[in-house]
Design a protein around this ligand. Structure first.
Ligand SMILES: Cc1ncc(COP(=O)(O)O)c(C=O)c1O
Length: 498
């Protein structure tokens, strides 16, 4: 006889279907109890064969009405695999190259980076299993994260035909999406017997995320932080130190390249490219240390695909689909994390969707960069990667969204841009319209976003207004890559708040 187990998914399908078809939704589910098991099993398999996943969501009562504001995925539906778009690209991704002179950079990376991450870097596997231990770290860090419909923002913009959604990567222990790869890198480094993680940081979000992940894995963490930002983000510095990290303003006295730059200019403001060079040199010279990167590389975008994979499932729950995906863009990890799972389906002809990267005129790598081989750091410790680049020694003016100041764009996103799948826009470096969009978002939706994420909000709002004016209907999805609780100095300055 069939016995109902409330946690058994198939039972829930069958029971809900039974109630829906035969009895109306108020029927007593327990009526199936005691039926011959083979009859119920046949019923279940017919139901599964005949109903789309959306109807199954409805029948399981997971379906959330179109007017929901918060669209949540149950914890047990956290994706089990990451997505790697490399095998689905229109052409193979151009491989990393050795420069013509100097030592082998590929060998250098082998000795300074995490072995498993390097394997993922050149993987042609489309789906990569997420180890259970990492899934539980993700849950500990608040995954799955909700998707929101921006109803109050829509109302304040007078939108009638355009729907705005945002994914909540700000709801993370350290305040951004960076935790999605930090946890993986710390876990894998510990598994490979390393004792120390070394990294660069621009905005401080990546440094915070890695400090947090290192502490969970009982590893040391050394952060080289772009000096200009290290100076003004004093609270974020405290945050990293609270997590036990050692934080150096870069350029620093810790490395040859740092000392040289400080000799040339005692007040050097630093850059992300310099901080990467310092971190690589430091990791190379300290045994047991590995270098961890927070953006750009393929393995980082693979880990970040968790964002888009969750979001695809969340849209099914409200029976909607984005027509445009918008993310801010520094090196490409939050944008790629959200966009690439959708882009993979576009490439396979399974959906139609456009993609827009929001950048600053201070570092418009996708907008004004050239698609060519370049180094990932100032000194040239890394191999050459084919990417949209402004040149690895390009000088970039300071902005408050420091996390967007990187000279080059992730090779995976660069390849998609090269094939015409990704559009990009660059906003003026005075950032006035960016912070105004962030204020509007705060005053309507109630969430204070990171300066970087404010670029996605600005671009999402601009696109929404343009579409509405043209009389078209569209769903626009924005990524809120981080919160702005530790960025109030920037808000004060840019919005003239006393
Ligand atoms: C909140 C936030 N969003 C976005 C970025 C940009 O990086 P990426 O393009 O890799 O997502 C950063 C970088 O520090 C950040 O802190």
């Amino acid at each position: 006889m069939y016995a109902i187990s409330p946690t058994h998914r198939k039972s829930v399908h069958a029971i809900a279907l039974w109630c829906w078809i035969f009895r109306g939704n108020d029927a007593d589910y327990r009526e199936l109890e005691g039926w011959p098991t083979d009859v119920v099993e046949t019923f279940i398999s017919r139901a599964e064969a005949n109903y789309s996943s959306h109807i199954m969501c409805l029948l399981e009562r997971r379906w959330q009405p179109m007017d929901s504001t918060q669209i949540s995925l149950p914890v047990d539906e956290l994706p089990k695999k990451w997505y790697n778009i490399a095998p689905d690209l229109p052409e193979p991704l151009p491989p990393p190259k050795e420069p013509e002179t100097g030592p082998s950079r590929l060998e250098f990376l082998k000795s300074t980076m995490i072995g498993e991450c390097l394997k993922q870097e050149s993987s042609s596997q489309r789906w990569i299993q997420i180890p259970e231990a990492i899934r539980s770290l993700y849950v500990q860090a608040g995954r799955p994260r909700p998707l929101y419909r921006a109803r109050r923002l829509e109302r304040s913009l007078g939108l009638k035909k355009v729907r705005l959604y945002y994914k909540r990567e700000d709801l993370s222990p350290t305040g951004s999406h960076k935790v999605n790869t930090a946890l993986v890198q710390a876990f894998l480094a510990a598994k490979e017997g390393k004792r120390e993680l070394v990294t660069e940081t621009g905005a401080g979000q990546w440094g915070s995320a890695l400090s947090y992940a290192a502490k969970l894995m009982d590893l040391n963490c050394i952060v080289f932080w772009v000096r200009a930002v290290y100076r003004w983000k004093t609270d974020r510095r405290t945050f990293m130190k609270l997590l036990g990290a050692t934080v150096h303003a870069s350029p620093s006295q810790e490395t040859k390249v740092g000392r040289q730059l400080v000799r040339e200019d005692a007040n050097h403001q630093g850059s992300l490219g310099i901080a990467v060079s310092e971190g690589l040199e430091y990791a190379d010279e300290h045994s047991g240390s590995v270098y961890c990167l927070g953006s750009v590389l393929n393995h980082v975008l693979i880990h970040q695909s968790i964002i888009g994979l969750e979001t695809i499932e969340q849209f099914k729950l409200v029976d909607d689909d984005p027509d445009l995906v918008v993310g801010c863009f520094g090196g490409g990890s939050n944008f790629g994390g959200l966009a690439l799972p959708f882009a993979g389906e576009v490439l396979k002809g399974k959906r139609e969707c456009e993609f827009l990267a929001a950048q600053s005129e201070a570092a418009p790598n996708l907008v004004r960069g050239e698609y060519r081989y370049d180094f990932g750091d100032v000194v040239g410790h890394t191999p050459l990667l084919k990417m949209f680049t402004l040149g690895h020694q390009a000088e970039m003016m300071p902005i408050r969204a420091d996390g967007l100041r990187y000279h080059a764009a992730a090779p995976l996103v660069s390849a998609l841009r090269h094939h015409g799948l990704v559009e990009a826009v660059a906003y003026p470096a005075d950032e006035r319209v960016i912070f105004e969009a962030a204020r509007l978002f705060f005053q309507t939706e109630g969430w204070l976003v990171a300066p970087e994420s404010a670029y996605a909000v600005r671009a999402g709002v601009d696109e929404a207004l343009k579409t509405e004016k043209a009389g078209d209907s569209k769903a626009i999805l924005m990524n809120i890559s981080g919160h702005g609780f530790l960025d109030l100095e920037a808000y004060k300055e840019k919005l003239n708040i006393e």
